[in-house]
Design a binder for this molecule. Structure first.
Ligand SMILES: CC(C)(COP(=O)(O)OP(=O)(O)OC[C@H]1O[C@@H](n2cnc3c(N)ncnc32)[C@H](O)[C@@H]1OP(=O)(O)O)[C@@H](O)C(=O)NCCC(=O)NCCS
Length: 343
């Protein structure tokens, strides 16, 4: 039976670098506080001329060019994001047009920071069945931040990543998508999110003026606790259900939210730290883009080798959490665009 395979990977980290030091001139925080609580040193922000669609196009083009794949041969363009171009139409439609994916259907999916893995799990059967998909995870989270709220503003960054997916039986080498699981608990929807701006809490002038409630809100300690417990649990379950042992996992590729969360999951799962990838220091939390950006960076650094097994774990608003196994048959081509300079 053919399986869904990652034929190529694209990544785009927007050009403007904002260091912790720069943030400390803008709000009551410090490089030392941010580093010790989160492991983050800097994050990227998109330029004034960039939007969710344009950064998605950048990552999508990187994946297509790496594979020398013609966008006209795509069946689907999917953008996974919590920070869309607009309410309607879907961001993916703008991306489809810009990429000239002339035969593709385009749709957005939203799942918080676990959304990229959830999207892969929904879309993998289509790729296994012979469709060619461009799955893009993008966030412009710095557009959704309250820059007066130091408890959230220091955590997030902008970015985009893309996987070109197809079936495993067409002679295109790559990373096979294995067993994945995901879960959600809507009873925890209030601990992390951007509640205003939808139909339940429309944006009014008062909302904007009184509390900037149209921005991300988070109960940090609760999110931390759920993230560690639920990611550890679902990661172990995926390994077990795939009849593997943890010693057979070569790399954990976690959602890049916070180094302390990554360390706690590493400890709880019981896997050596040198098998856990992190670049949260450089890019902070890029939401739906995070896992794909991590993979792009690992491929660029030649950390991923043929024959390896990777396990991703993610969590985010919803509350949702997910885990996904990947089998590296061969190294897929990758283009990671990440030149940056201080904003
Ligand atoms: C946000 C987080 C780093 C806060 O760390 P913490 O150790 O729990 O810190 P606390 O919330 O207990 O706050 C401790 C103090 O630091 C202060 N503080 C918060 N943010 C600060 C900042 N950026 N700079 C300086 N001080 C800050 C708080 O106001 C508090 O001060 P107080 O004791 O005088 O009230 C942590 O809860 C966390 O990582 N949560 C998960 C966040 C996450 O990953 N979200 C994304 C999910 S996809």
């Amino acid at each position: 039976m053919p399986e869904a395979t990652i034929w190529s990977v694209g990544g785009y980290a927007p050009p403007h670098i904002i260091t912790n030091e720069m943030l400390s001139h803008r709000m009551d925080t410090s490089d030392e506080w941010i580093r010790t609580r989160t492991g983050i040193h800097e994050r990227r922000t998109a330029g004034d001329d960039e939007t969710t669609a344009s950064v998605s196009v950048n990552a999508g083009q990187a994946a297509l060019q790496a594979a020398h794949f013609d966008a006209a041969d795509l069946d689907w363009v999917i953008v996974c994001t919590d920070t869309p171009e607009m309410w309607s139409p879907a961001t993916a439609c703008f991306v489809q047009e810009s990429l000239a994916a002339s035969h593709a259907s385009a749709i957005d999916l939203t799942g918080g920071c676990a959304g990229f893995l959830q999207t892969l799990q929904i879309m993998s059967p289509l790729a296994a069945a012979g469709k060619r998909l461009l799955v893009i995870g993008t966030e412009l989270l710095t557009h959704a931040l309250n820059w007066n709220d130091r408890t959230t503003a220091v955590l997030f960054g902008d970015g985009s990543s893309a996987f070109l997916l197809g079936p495993s039986d067409e002679g295109v080498p790559g990373i096979r998508i294995g067993l994945g699981l995901s879960r959600s608990d809507g009873a925890q929807s209030d601990i992390l999110g951007k509640p205003f701006g939808g139909t339940r809490f429309p944006i009014t002038p008062d909302v904007v003026l009184e509390g900037r409630l149209h921005t991300i809100r988070m109960e940090g300690p609760k999110v931390f606790k759920h993230a560690v417990t639920l990611m550890s649990d679902i990661g172990r379950r995926v390994v077990q259900e795939a009849s593997l042992g943890l010693e057979q996992i070569d790399w954990i590729v976690p959602h890049q939210a916070n180094q302390r969360i990554i360390d706690a999951v590493t400890h709880q799962v019981g896997i050596p730290t040198d098998r856990v990838f992190s670049h949260v220091a450089k890019f902070a939390n890029t939401g739906s883009a995070s896992i794909g950006l991590a993979m792009a960076d690992m491929l660029e650094q030649h950390l991923i080798k043929p024959g390896q097994r990777l396990l991703s774990v993610a969590f985010g608003a919803g509350f949702s959490w997910a885990s996904q196994l990947f089998y590296v048959d061969q190294i897929p081509p990758c283009e990671f665009r990440h030149d940056g300079q201080p904003a």
